[in-house]
Design a protein around this ligand. Sequence first.
Ligand code: SF4
Length: 461
Amino acid sequence: MSAEATRPRGTRAARTRAPRVGFVSLGCPKALVDSERILTKLRSEGYQVSPSYESADLVVVNTCGFIDAAVDESLDAIGEALEHNGRVIVTGCLGARPERILERHPQVLKVTGPQRYEEVVSAVHAHLPPAHDPFVDLVPPQGVRLTPRHYAYLKISEGCNNRCSFCVIPSMRGRLASRPIGEVLREAERLAAAGVKELLVISQDTSAYGADLRYAGGEWRGGEWQTRFIDLARALGSLGVWVRLHYVYPYPHVDQVIPLMAERRVLPYLDIPFQHGSPAVLKRMRRPAHAENTLARIAHWRAQCPDLTLRSTFIVGFPGETEAEFEELLAWLEEAQLDRVGCFKYSPVEGAAANALARHVPPAVQEERYARFMERAAAISARRLRRRVGRTLRVLVDAVADGAASARSEADAPEIDGMVRIADAGRVRVGEFADVEIVGSSAYDLVAECLSSRDSSRATS
Ligand code: SF4
């Protein structure tokens, strides 16, 4: 979900009957879910969501503070909202550092930190009291969502117990706080009943789900489930929708989910932020599971589930990264043969422990390593996609325009992965599954011809 999709446009005008709130949502899917929760609460109280600055009575900006570029984008977004509307409440990760915001934008009405839903809503009440109208107070049972109708993010926990040296999220979002399993499953059930066909499980550390609750039991559909990664995967796998797991770390207990993937109970897709292939760099990064032999684990998973898609992100030019360690990363990547790969050049974040590490890598070297890494990753991606040509795949259609469609297979998460382009989209419809034959491939995308389309609640053949 991009910020643009939720950013109001234009200038402010007179207030309409129901109070209207504009919303700018920046950052990762976890921030997006925070935005959805705030909007759900406001809608349930009779507020309307304004598509433009012009018609909004005030604007809430949900910021990101992950890296310096995100901080700049957030500060610019606040400035834009102030310029076009003038009444702005700020929340989200950057809100954990209010001095950064107030220094540049002292006129904002209120600054709150991440996950401070109540504070945001109270600030809206203070500056724009709710209207009491029983008809506009109605809100759909699945809540207000910013994603298309056919997919939804399912946030299972907040915070993180890890202490990666390049990251300040734990200091912003706090320690791991899992949602009880019954609550998560009931939300998933409501989403599926409302027509959602793909659930994307998100958190900071999905494999750690429930550790803070000591894997407490919960009731759902008459059965007992534990607040635990594998129980969550099993239960979601019974809903008959696509279930995609993000932000999983390669701990040994993750092996348990692979048979569910082989049976297509959950999608054979794992998003694992490996970040590097050199054990020495991973240790300096203080990454969870850095001592695991991940290459052996990947080989083991693929032996059980050959269609498994692996997505990951990496950081190049981390402080102290030598040419030999970078070469180790390239060799690791070549052996791992990951399907989907994103890469960042390391940049210091205010307050992160890695800032104090010795031997920061010069920008020109970072740039050169980034280019080499992406060239290697693109070649692997192209090779792996070519192997899909000639196969029949089930895809979920995201958009149709001018007779063509963009869709995603089980190997493609929305927004971050490639897509399947269908040239003859006459028979397919947005939000429906279609069966296609793959007829071509590029570095990141597939080209397909349509075999059939169906509006099916079943996600598998
Ligand atoms: S796992 Fe590491 S990078 Fe991810 S949120 Fe936790 S500390 Fe940050």
